[in-house]
Design a protein around this ligand. Structure first.
Ligand code: HEC
Length: 176
């Protein structure tokens, strides 16, 4: 939306300039739509997909996977990972929201690949919403289900785009 507004403004400016209505006696500003749009998207895409995964998405998901389920510990037996107080549930809620937005980040122009990419990115956001709902209701079972769905979405996209990473992708929180 911003982009189209900028482009429209550029076109308007070009028209006004060519009509001699603005910029009298000055250097004409770079008003072609191409220059304006590539300079003003404002997106910083210096993280490539692997960096986005390793530094953004996985750390968020790890917090969630560490907050759902049970652990069998040699010494302590089974113990629950679920939040035990409001603060813990708020932390899960916040990380669910980050997953919603991480789905959007995968949809930025320049990040989207051909094929089912957008479907998986959108599914990521949808699952993030389910995580938020479970956290707001402090519903352990729903949180567990949503955590499992999140793992399925990650795996499905990796399967589609880079089956090789399935062997590398072993979230720390699931193996600890
Ligand atoms: C829309 C598709 C998509 C989704 C959804 C997705 N990934 Fe990825 N992921 C990729 C691709 C493609 C790569 C390979 C990037 C490369 O090596 O260039 C990757 C690589 C990775 C890597 C390896 C990064 C590295 O250092 O090489 C990790 C870790 C990872 N993803 C974690 C996750 C987690 C956790 C989720 C879910 C919460 C997830 N991904 C969801 C597409 C996706």
């Amino acid at each position: 939306m911003l982009l189209s507004r900028v482009v429209k403004r550029a076109i308007l400016l070009t028209t006004l300039t060519s009509l001699g209505l603005v910029g009298c006696g000055q250097e004409s500003p770079p008003t072609t739509a191409t220059t304006v749009s590539s300079d003003t998207t404002g997106y910083n895409l210096t993280l490539d997909t692997a960096e986005f995964m390793a530094h953004v998405l996985e750390p968020i998901a790890d917090v969630l996977w560490k907050s759902a389920g049970w652990i069998l510990d040699e010494n302590e037996g089974y113990y629950e990972l679920y939040p035990t107080d409001d603060e813990g549930w708020i932390n899960v809620d916040n990380h669910g929201a980050m997953i919603v937005e991480a789905g959007n980040l995968m949809l930025l122009p320049g990040r989207v690949l051909e094929g089912p990419w957008s479907t998986y990115a959108q599914a990521t956001s949808t699952v993030g919403r389910s995580i938020m709902k479970a956290a707001e209701e402090q519903n352990k079972e729903d949180l567990f289900q949503a955590g499992a769905q999140l793992y399925s979405v990650c795996t499905a996209c990796h399967q589609a785009y880079n089956p090789d990473i399935l062997s590398r992708f072993q979230p720390r929180s699931l193996t600890e």
